[in-house]
Design a protein around this ligand. Structure first.
Ligand code: ASP
Length: 582
């Protein structure tokens, strides 16, 4: 037996017991006549003591040889500490060692294995197995396990069955590029890794599984914008014989369960917001509603004077920054510089100060009088002492810019508190989205999403106006889940694919299996998927999902520890019948 206890378990009640422990040397302090060693494992830390008066000389010498991260096994007697450490669970005791065995020596680790390490991101990723020994990383992985366990518990109790679906499949369009895998047995042919199990879970509904879920890896070859991973995990779900309302209820229940079990937070009913309102009031389909600063549309009260910038704009929109009147001119200039950065892209910003005496002072006083400015303040919901910031231009662009500015202010003002949770359903998404570059429409969610009843006719005349039975769950300004009620008949699916630009042959080649299945008694069905990595990060109060993934990839999609991706040797290329261009 390697150990009788783990390093987090011994207490004062264990004093005088003879025990055996194993673990890693965190650090040792050698005072000459006495040596202390901190022994670490997943469960905690136990202090070992070797002292001249009680320990034999040979063992003292052995103890002196211990370096950081050596793996050792020790036997000894639990003794009460002279000076107790209330900061650790085992702080009342220490182990007076009588036997020491070095199970494995260690090189000096390339960074310190401490809560606050001196290792940079790259180094930590290269030696991720050492990084995982650090408490914050270890705890994040344990936290993730707890969330996943609660998901399984809750859904199982609701009669969901976890079913695995294949990874070697054919393209499932979720709007990204596929990762592909060459088939050796089928020369010149390729599998695609699933962007999600979307079509399979629909087929499980046709198969009568009724309620499916799966904690599953998905693969999307897209540009790794901030904090994305090429492979990530979904809690993927589907239900038969349901309407949108049933789905929202079940998964609101799941989210409520997680918030309660994992965070101890109880939230009653989640608010709901129409997609159109989210865009109008927050410029964003995943608004963070932990704080206000809603948009006020100012067209009516700002387009009646000689100010061309506003008069020529499709949208003039303002937000009230609480207490913003205290900003100096210089600080406001900095904010204007900020909105003009290429990442945000505004051409400029107009502002109006709301003074404590009820008067206003704006950067466009030449054009607008106090009465105008009072109306702006009212529409933007500004109080005395606030600053009204105004952007104008083409609607979609201005909304995106203002949304970025709103979030920036929220960061500066400390309004995005990680321990405060504000879930929100955003519903009634558009079915289609216009790709400005190609001029083509593509599915806003995915091609299997059903239009709102009675709207299918609009597809021919006003495709951009058709609304879908699609919904997102937003938490603290992040989309944590999304789904839809699906199309479940062949004709509607064919119409949809035609509108997305698939010819009949293409549709058949790519989705024939699904359309065929729809002809054998497909039940009405719908579902959604949560992004587990992000959900866990938010519940854990952290910014980045990488902390919650044992072996994440870097921003170029590389695993720097195993050094992947890597070239194939010629033999393997030949076997796969592949030829490289250079
Ligand atoms: N497959 C969808 C996604 O990955 C989720 C869903 O519609 O259920 O976003």
């Amino acid at each position: 037996m390697y150990r009788t206890h783990n390093n987090g378990s011994l207490r004062a009640a264990d004093v005088n017991k003879e025990v055996t422990l194993a673990g890693w040397v965190q650090k040792s302090r050698d005072k000459g006549f006495i040596i202390w060693v901190d022994l670490r494992d997943r469960y905690g830390m136990t202090q070992l003591v070797f002292d001249q008066e009680r320990t034999d000389a040979a063992l003292m010498e052995e103890a002196r040889k211990l370096g950081r991260e050596f793996v050792i096994q020790v036997t000894g007697t639990v003794v009460e500490r002279d000076s107790k450490n209330p900061n650790i669970a085992t702080g009342d005791i220490e182990l007076l060692v009588s036997k020491l065995e070095i199970l494995n020596a260690s090189l000096t680790p390339p960074f310190t294995i401490e809560d606050e390490t001196d290792g940079g991101e790259d180094l930590r990723m290269k030696y991720r197995y050492l990084d995982i020994r650090r408490k914050p990383v270890r705890e994040s992985l344990i936290f993730r396990h707890r969330v996943a366990l609660e998901v399984r518990k809750y859904l199982s109790e609701q009669d969901f069955i976890e079913v695995e679906t294949p990874y070697l499949i054919k393209s499932t369009p979720e709007g990204a590029r596929d990762f592909v895998v060459p088939s050796r047995m089928n020369e010149g042919q390729f599998y695609a890794l699933p962007q999600s199990p979307q079509t399979f879970k629909q087929l499980l509904m046709v198969g009568g599984m009724d309620k499916y879920f799966q904690i599953v890896k998905c693969f999307r070859d897209e540009d790794l914008r901030a904090d994305r991973q090429p492979e990530f995990t979904q809690i993927d779900c589907e239900m038969a014989f349901v309407e949108q309302e049933d789905i929202l209820n079940i998964f609101e229940g799941l989210t409520r369960h997680l918030l309660k079990e994992v965070n101890g937070v109880e939230i009653e009913k989640f608010p709901r917001m129409l997609y159109d309102d989210a865009m109008r009031l927050y410029g964003n389909d995943k608004p963070d509603i932990r704080f206000g600063m809603k948009f006020g549309e100012l067209n009516e009260v700002a387009q009646h004077k000689d100010f061309g910038v506003f008069n020529n704009a499709e949208l003039v929109v303002g937000i009230a920054v609480p207490g913003g009147n205290s900003y100096t001119r210089k600080e406001i200039d900095k904010i204007i510089e900020w909105v003009k950065r290429p990442q945000v892209g505004a051409l400029g910003m107009v502002y109006s100060r709301c003074n404590d005496d009820g008067s206003f002072k704006s950067s466009v006083d030449k054009f607008y009088d106090q009465e105008d400015l009072a109306k702006w303040a009212e529409v933007a919901g500004a109080q005395k002492g606030d600053l009204v910031c105004i952007l104008s231009g083409e609607t979609n662009k201005v909304r995106a810019q203002m949304s970025a500015l709103r979030m920036e202010f929220a960061e500066r003002l400390g309004l995005r508190k990680p321990d405060e949770f504000a879930p929100l359903w955003v519903i009634d998404f558009p079915l289609l989205e216009l790709d400005e570059e190609t001029g083509h429409y593509h599915a806003m969610h995915h091609p299997f999403t059903s239009p709102k009843p009675g709207q299918i006719g609009l597809l021919d005349t006003k495709p951009g106006e058709v609304k879908a039975n699609a919904y997102d769950l937003v938490l603290n300004g992040n989309e944590i889940g999304g789904g839809s009620i699906r199309i479940h008949d062949k004709e509607t699916q064919a119409i949809m694919l035609r509108h997305l630009g698939f010819s009949e042959e293409e549709a058949k080649a790519q989705f024939g299996f699904l359309m065929d299945a729809f002809e054998y008694g497909a039940p009405p069905h719908g579902g959604l998927a949560f992004g587990l990595d992000r959900l866990v990060a938010i519940l854990g109060g952290q910014e980045t999902i990488r902390d919650f993934i044992a072996f994440p990839k870097n921003n170029s999609g590389r695993d720097v520890m195993i050094d992947a991706p890597a070239p194939l040797d010629n033999e393997q290329l030949q076997e796969l019948n592949l030829k490289l261009n250079n």
